[in-house]
Write a protein that binds this ligand. Structure first.
Ligand code: FES
Ligand code: FES
Length: 260
């Protein structure tokens, strides 16, 4: 047998003996047995494998649930804690892993999948929703911090079959193509209207010393205030038209005949 192969087999046998229960379970879970296992161990450092195992099992434990029953407590929670908050008018109490984000709690535990996971890093705005009326990125918000708070996601905007005026406007102005960013865009624009009513300044507000309530937002202001919501389909002009129409109460539809 080639010396190099012998060395690799010897090395992998030594690593195998030193594996923890989690690391062995990870290899079993991944279906790596026999010769493939020896090769894999020969090429993987012990530190790398242990990191992989801890990541794999902590993610598993955060989401583990035997059934799709939303209130079922996952079986393998490492840092369990109870949290209770209002979501779209309903009080929900959950036992969660203390590291679980609000986005994951809604999507994985409450089956509220309207808030989207785009980047999961606070970069795209697809997960935007409101907590006590302020817009937040739910992928960067720990569910544990929402105790006693009022959370509103896109599912909570319509009243029965009557859409929120901004939802109507997005439909009327084709403010979306694939629709993936749309729940975040709509929640962001609902909160934006409140910010304008309260007289909150933005980065492009000209004179912040004379700012009053009920600000009339220019196109530039709306663009700036919506800049945290990315649309890969580039529906920005239509999104702007939809928000402007609701904000001003004036029809912003393009008259194509006038443009001819
Ligand atoms: S998923 Fe939260 S900002 Fe992208
Ligand atoms: S409509 Fe597709 S990402 Fe915005």
């Amino acid at each position: 047998m080639d010396k190099k192969i012998k060395k690799e087999i010897k090395g992998s046998a030594e690593i195998e003996q030193q594996l923890s229960g989690d690391e062995k379970a990870l290899l079993d879970e991944l279906g790596i047995f026999g010769e493939s296992r020896r090769k894999f161990l020969g090429q993987t450092s012990a530190v790398g494998l242990s990191l992989m195992a801890s990541q794999f099992f902590s993610v598993e434990s955060m989401f583990a649930s035997e059934t799709p029953n939303t209130m079922e407590v996952p079986l393998k929670l490492i840092n369990p804690m109870d949290v209770s908050f209002t979501i779209n008018g309903e009080v929900e109490s959950l036992t969660i892993d203390s590291r679980m984000t609000l986005l994951d709690a809604l999507r994985e535990r409450l089956q509220l999948t309207g808030s989207k996971k785009g980047c999961d890093h606070g970069q795209c705005g697809a997960c935007t929703l409101m907590i006590d009326g302020d817009r937040v990125l739910s992928c960067l918000t720990l569910a544990a911090t929402c105790e006693g708070k009022e959370v509103t996601s896109v599912e909570g905007l319509a009243k029965g079959t009557k859409l929120h005026p901004l939802q109507d406007a997005f439909v009327e102005h084709d403010g979306f193509q694939c629709g993936y960013c749309t729940p975040g865009q709509i929640c962001s624009s609902v909160a934006l209207m409140e910010e304008a009513k309260n007289g909150d300044a933005s980065y492009v507000t000209q004179d912040i010393r004379n700012i009053s309530k009920n600000i009339k937002l220019s196109d530039e202001e709306i663009r700036e205030r919506m800049s945290g919501n990315i649309c890969r389909c580039g529906a920005y002009p239509n999104i702007l038209a939809a928000i402007k129409e609701v904000h001003t109460g004036k029809d912003t539809s393009v008259n194509w005949q006038e443009l001819e």
